[in-house]
Ligand binder design. Structure first.
Ligand SMILES: Nc1ncnc2c1ncn2[C@@H]1O[C@H](COP(=O)(O)OP(=O)(O)OP(=O)(O)O)[C@@H](O)[C@H]1O
Ligand SMILES: CC(=O)N[C@H]1[C@@H]2OC[C@@H](O2)[C@@H](O)[C@@H]1O[C@H](C)C(=O)O
Length: 375
């Protein structure tokens, strides 16, 4: 079979922690990563974040959703235009959008997932083909619709020349892991990737910081480091039924809000320390689902900059814990790069998820493709 020519693509991710939009360029043929390109970050203002926050949990048509979508589209149009100026050769854009609600099990009706932001509109603004709505078809076919980064994680392991099983851990608002066996022939092969959301990560810490101290997050984990972990609280948290579920499994941002509400009784520092320990303990609990012990866990996402969280992970995990920078990867941009990679896979008709990453019945290539007028 003829190998497809590699292309440059841009990827954009607006994550559950609601801090802002990450965008990154990547050159790939949809299988191998050939080059990593420039990347940019565009923070949401406090006012923009508040508009999105108000719409969390809402489905299309509900009050507040249009306003949130407008914020998401404006921020993406700005930062993707800037990145396009630095990488004009980019042929297509992978646009994740902002998850407002995620119910793959159909607890609120039919199984569904909702990412705000219109890819048609962005295609017009950017003059490039935009791949978007990556999660819906997976959910419609019985999958969790998340996580979607695993096939990209497999490509990262290959790019880094790794040969032993390893784990990628993303510590965003929610935590998610991918167990990768780089000895497999490809990410879609049985046993190559096993992925699932581990539990809450930064989102509850951010919410605590906002409510108690008017700050967006616990910088460096300083507040958590000053506190004492309430281990009994952590034990109760681990009794949540989510941890008994066999993966694949995924979470909405606030699924643990109720289970973590008892933290209100603790002091600021003890609450931060305890929520941080819960995030790490949830990851450790996830290890029981891996087929073999990984050589190491490589951490991406903002949580890797939280010293208290990294220390809790090192204490609770049975293997080495290191930032993905140790592999030469960019831990701030891995998700944005993932959606650039996935956009090329969608454009080339390759699958983006499968039974061991989202639980979908068969391999699926999720994503709508919008072309600008005139192309
Ligand atoms: N220097 C830092 N110290 C501590 N925590 C940090 C630091 N920088 C970022 N974070 C945390 O990481 C979060 C952002 O992480 P990231 O951008 O990976 O999440 P996201 O992509 O929004 O979420 P998700 O991966 O769940 O979609 C911030 O909201 C904050 O909680
Ligand atoms: C529904 C949704 O947006 N899920 C996100 C969220 O943020 C982290 C975790 O929960 C993960 O499942 C997913 O994002 C990453 C990029 C993924 O799909 O791999």
């Amino acid at each position: 079979m003829l190998k497809a020519q590699p292309v440059w693509a841009l990827g954009a991710m607006s994550g559950t922690s609601l801090d802002g939009v990450d965008v990154a360029a990547l050159r790939t043929d949809g299988v191998e990563i050939l080059d990593f390109g420039p990347a940019l970050y565009r923070a949401y203002s406090a006012a923009e974040r508040a508009v999105i926050h108000t719409a969390l949990g809402a489905w299309p048509g509900a009050p507040g959703v249009e306003a949130a979508a407008e914020v998401v589209e404006t921020a993406h149009a700005e930062v993707l235009s800037d990145l396009l100026a630095r990488c004009p050769e980019a042929e297509l854009v992978g646009f994740h959008g902002q998850t407002l609600a995620h119910d793959p099990l159909g607890l609120t009706g039919a199984p569904r997932t909702h990412q705000a932001g219109d890819g048609d509109l962005l295609a017009e603004v950017l003059g490039r083909t935009v791949v978007w709505d990556f999660r819906s078809s997976d959910v419609e076919l019985g999958g969790q619709g998340a996580p979607l980064a695993p096939f990209f994680h497999f490509a990262c392991a290959t790019w880094a020349g790794l040969t032993a099983p390893l784990v990628f851990l993303n510590l965003g608002g929610v935590g998610n892991v991918t167990f990768v066996d780089p000895r497999a022939a490809g990410p879609e092969v049985k046993g190559a990737c096993l992925a699932f959301d581990t539990g809450p990560a930064n989102a509850p810490i951010n919410d605590l910081m906002q409510a108690r101290l008017g700050k967006g997050y616990d910088e460096g984990g300083a507040l958590a480091q000053a506190g004492r972990v309430d281990e009994a609280f952590v034990e109760r948290f681990l009794n949540h039924s989510y941890f008994l579920k066999v993966p694949p499994k995924s979470l909405d941002r606030n699924d643990f809000a109720q289970a973590l509400s008892g933290v209100e009784a603790l002091s600021d520092a003890d609450a931060a320390a305890t929520l941080t320990a819960c995030a790490a303990a949830a990851v450790a609990r996830g290890f029981e689902h891996f087929p073999t012990a990984p050589a190491a866990v490589y951490v991406a996402g903002g949580g890797r900059l939280n010293v208290a969280l990294m220390a809790e992970l090192a204490r609770r995990l049975p293997c080495a814990v290191a930032p993905v920078e140790d592999l030469g990867l960019d831990g701030d941009m891995l998700e944005a790069q993932a959606f650039a990679y996935l956009a090329v896979r969608v454009a080339r008709g390759l699958p983006t998820s499968g039974p061991s990453t989202t639980g979908v019945a068969a391999l699926v290539g999720g994503g709508r493709v919008s072309k600008p007028q005139g192309i």
